[in-house]
Design a protein around this ligand. Structure first.
Ligand SMILES: [Zn+2]
Length: 371
């Protein structure tokens, strides 16, 4: 921003975003992903200049496992592919940090999160959508924690050895945590890795709620009562999140905002306000945040890309939110929940995996809709 240039209305509020898929977008679409991200030439919703312009100070940078085009891969091959992808993403984050010369940093503890909130640099929290890369090897979780992992869903869109996905058909609706899944929850609790429930089915949600000693979190989901999709949260789930001191990251994915579940970007920003309003009135403003899903989904035209956060902020102000509630919903609650969940000592540094080309992770193409 140029000196003397006033921020746009709404850009004065710092944002912690609970979910973005920019890493996959960069690896899939850009010849030089580091340069594309840092110079603002990335083709998706997010790059460094646009994130900072929109007020984003930190975000959960998600990595999801490759899709299988056919069901021909055995379990071992699937785990290998998931591992190759997360390793490439971890290396990409390290390269962006190095190339960013202080404008971008990986966040592995609260000290770093608070530094990003204060300093105007962008922070990245490494998040796995599905712990598929560990296969059945629980010790891999600690290894990934050393590599910077601070947040993970047990399962993404496809059932795995830990749990069943929210997008599964009715046949698996009573499929909850496996015995290995329960051990993984304990291990994440021990290490202080946030467990994300956005993609798990209801039986798995209930099991995690019964097993985990950390706040319950859905990084990118909305209210089922307003938008009846299996990725959204029913009232009893919202109540459980409140009771645990957790948070819901309200997502901009149009499908999960609309009552007709139509994938149309002609969806007004007021639908986001409605979900925030509903969740806050049911479980309190202490338990609502944002989780855009930028670069993973279709978002409202009103928002467009990461520069559109001020549009949401101003819509919430028009709706009558106090500045204190606005601060909670945009960043304060995420900071509180991460502080309660992470158990790393301040200053703990992520050890990076060896550098190599991200080409191996580009083997699978990316769909338009990965939410
Ligand atoms: Zn997702």
């Amino acid at each position: 921003m140029e000196r003397g240039h006033e921020p746009a209305p709404g850009a004065d509020v710092p944002i912690i975003d609970g979910h973005i898929d920019v890493l996959q977008k960069l690896l899939a679409n850009e010849d030089d992903p580091v340069r594309a991200f840092l110079t603002g030439r990335a083709s998706g919703h997010v790059d460094l200049p646009r994130a900072l312009e929109g007020g984003m100070h930190s975000a959960f940078f998600a990595v999801y496992p490759p899709r299988d085009r056919q069901d021909t891969l055995d379990d071992e091959a699937r785990v290998d592919r998931a591992r190759a992808r997360v390793d490439a993403s971890i290396r990409l984050l390290a390269r962006i940090e190095e190339g960013g010369r202080g404008t971008f940093r990986r966040i592995t503890d609260i000290e770093r999160l608070e530094d990003c909130l204060r300093s105007g640099r962008l922070g990245a929290i490494l998040h796995f959508e599905g712990l598929d890369p560990i296969g059945s090897d629980i010790e891999m979780i600690e290894e990934y924690h050393r590599a910077g992992l601070r947040s993970a869903g047990l399962v993404w869109q496809r059932d795995n050895k830990l749990a069943c996905a929210a997008t599964s058909g009715p046949a698996s609706s009573d499929c909850g945590l496996t015995p290995l899944g329960r051990r993984v929850v304990h291990e994440c609790n021990r290490l202080g890795i946030l467990i994300d429930l956005s993609h798990i089915n209801e039986a798995g949600f209930k099991d995690v709620a019964g097993v985990s000693d950390a706040p319950l979190v859905a990084t990118h989901s909305n209210a089922y009562v307003l938008s009846p999709h299996s990725r959204n949260l029913k009232d009893y789930q919202l109540d459980a999140i409140r009771d645990s001191g957790g948070i819901v990251g309200v997502t901009f994915c149009v499908l999960f905002l609309r009552d007709d579940l139509e994938p149309s970007s002609d969806t007004p920003v007021e639908t986001i306000v409605r979900h925030i309003d509903y969740i806050a009135s049911r479980i309190g403003f202490e338990h609502v945040g944002l989780g855009s899903d930028f670069d993973g989904t279709l978002v409202p035209n009103d928002i467009g890309d990461a520069t559109g956060f001020p549009v949401v902020v101003e819509a919430l102000r028009r709706h009558g939110l106090s500045e204190a509630d606005l601060a909670r919903a945009t960043h304060g609650n995420w900071a509180r929940v991460l502080r309660a969940t992470w158990k790393t000592e301040p200053g703990t540094r992520a050890e990076c995996l060896p550098r190599s080309s991200p080409a191996q992770a580009q083997a699978s193409g990316e769909g338009m809709y990965n939410a």
